[in-house]
Design a protein around this ligand. Structure first.
Ligand SMILES: C[S@@+](CC[C@H](N)C(=O)[O-])C[C@H]1O[C@@H](n2cnc3c(N)ncnc32)[C@H](O)[C@@H]1O
Length: 150
């Protein structure tokens, strides 16, 4: 019995140590490219009729917004983020990324709260977001964040 408990604890400890580097490799460009695959899944799932004016909620460093603009020539993207202290993301880096990809005339970024979007209804044809809704802390009920996007 003692051996089983020790072996189980050892296995848990080993997994706890190995999982973070494994996750890093899986998300990295040279590894499993998981992050890249999420972005592709999002951009490719947009229907034809919602490809003219898109809101990206929680842009981070603007990678998804930029990617969308690169993939669809006519699309205008607005990316919002609160760019708080919890993350090393910024509006400045978003704008630099848009410039580097030559889409700065079609991708714009502004500070905003995902739970209180500062746009009139029908401003956008669609909204996209990656790994953001669970991070929003400005409201307790996450359904309100989804409702704002809808
Ligand atoms: C995991 S990052 C994802 C960033 C980006 N979507 C990406 O794919 O790289 C979560 C983002 O949500 C943003 N965020 C968190 N709470 C927010 C809020 N209340 N309003 C707007 N953005 C928020 C953070 O600033 C951060 O950029």
């Amino acid at each position: 019995m003692y051996r089983i408990i020790v072996a189980t604890l050892f296995a848990i400890l080993l997994i706890s140590f190995l999982f973070p580097p494994y996750a890093c490799v899986m998300f990295s460009q040279k590894g499993g490219r998981l992050q890249e695959k999420f972005y592709d899944l999002i951009t490719q799932s947009l229907r034809e009729e919602v490809k003219s004016r898109i809101l990206d909620i929680g842009s981070g460093n603007g990678v998804l917004a930029v990617k969308l603009a690169q993939q669809y020539g006519g699309v205008q993207v607005v990316g919002i983020d609160y760019w708080g202290k919890d993350w090393e993301y910024s509006k400045k880096v978003c704008e630099k990324n848009a410039q580097a990809a030559n889409v700065e005339n079609r991708v714009h970024f502004q500070k905003g709260d995902a739970a209180a979007l500062d746009f009139a209804n029908d401003t956008f044809d669609g909204a996209i977001s990656n790994l953001t809704f669970h991070e929003v802390k400005s409201v307790a009920d996450k359904k309100l964040v989804l409702q704002a996007a809808l």
